[in-house]
Design a protein around this ligand. Structure first.
Ligand code: NAI
Length: 269
């Protein structure tokens, strides 16, 4: 893939949370192929090390540096250490992708612990990441991106799994607030983007399946769509999919998204 957007220039620095698997890993791979330095942030373990080695191999031959930094995004102290380590090593960040997420399932009056963990990872993880990395990113007067991974479930709020729906509705609201803040900050060239994947076949959604169900996207397709949308300057990166109830889904998303904020802010002011 070739990218014209200046944030994707060779040697730039991308931090991806939830990078050991699925959409985050596919993004890390694509950023490395473009020649960016990539920081893979995920829970400590062999999966993270294996992902880092794989991504590093893609960057081989280039100048780009690929590192894994074990981070639990639901822990503000760990997100702060991540930021310190990244700034110490690379000096700055051009792309922050707050993508780590869990979906253990929940019910309204089910265990509080479920609500706590889902909100801590999916919503507070995005908030900690943005608030920790944001000021430094905004202090540089050249284009940079903050990409937060939401979900259609945060917009259409289907029945079942209310904790996940609420966490992703929060990510949408937070990212819209971020976009307003960025636009209202004089000289700031950071743009926010809300990735709204469709049904993507990953560890999160496999549910014991060993093959991608018809209609599901691969993480690579999702990342390609994301990159194209960013290239166009879209704020809402709404991946289409083959939902049975697609018409309703799209109407509700258009209602929730379209009227609140124009989708394509200018890249520079
Ligand atoms: P995945 O399960 O393949 O990857 C999620 C990654 O997040 C894993 O590597 C996991 O270790 C990491 N993670 C979990 N808790 C963490 C924590 N506390 N700190 C750091 N890392 C942590 O799932 P997938 O599908 O790639 O999900 C990525 C994002 O996309 C999530 O936010 C998910 O909610 C969202 N999403 C996924 C959809 C799908 O159909 N797969 C649809 C809509 C949204």
């Amino acid at each position: 893939m070739t990218m014209q957007h200046p944030a994707f220039a060779k040697g730039h620095v991308a931090v991806v949370t939830g990078a050991a698997s699925g959409i985050g890993l596919a993004a890390a791979r694509e950023f490395a192929r473009l020649g960016l330095c990539v920081v893979l942030a995920d829970l400590e373990g062999d999966r993270l090390e294996a992902a880092c080695q794989e991504v590093r191999a893609l960057a081989a031959g280039g100048e780009a540096d690929v590192v894994a930094i074990a981070t639990d995004v639901s822990r503000p102290d760990q997100v702060e250490s991540l930021e310190r380590a990244v700034i110490q090593r690379f000096g700055r960040v051009h792309i922050l992708m707050n993508n780590a997420g869990i979906q253990p399932g929940s019910s309204l009056f089910g265990p509080q612990a479920n609500w706590d963990s889902v909100l801590a990872v999916n919503l507070m993880g995005v908030i900690y990441g943005t608030r920790t990395f944001g000021p430094n990113m905004m202090s540089h007067k050249d284009p940079a991106l903050i990409i937060n991974t939401g979900s259609k479930q945060g917009i259409t709020t289907p029945p079942g799994d209310p904790a996940y729906n609420v966490s992703k509705a929060g990510v949408k609201a937070f990212t819209e607030a971020l976009q307003h803040e960025l636009r209202n900050t004089q000289g700031c060239r950071v743009t926010a983007h809300l990735l709204i994947p469709g049904f993507v076949y990953t560890a999160l959604t496999a549910n014991g399946r060993t093959e991608k169900p018809a209609g599901a996207w691969t993480p690579e397709q999702t990342v390609e769509f994301m990159m194209r949308s960013i290239e166009r300057g879209d704020f809402y990166i709404l991946c289409p999919d083959n939902d049975v109830d697609r018409a309703t889904d799209e109407r509700r998303i258009a209602w929730a998204a379209g009227d609140i904020i124009e989708n394509r802010p200018p890249l520079s002011r």
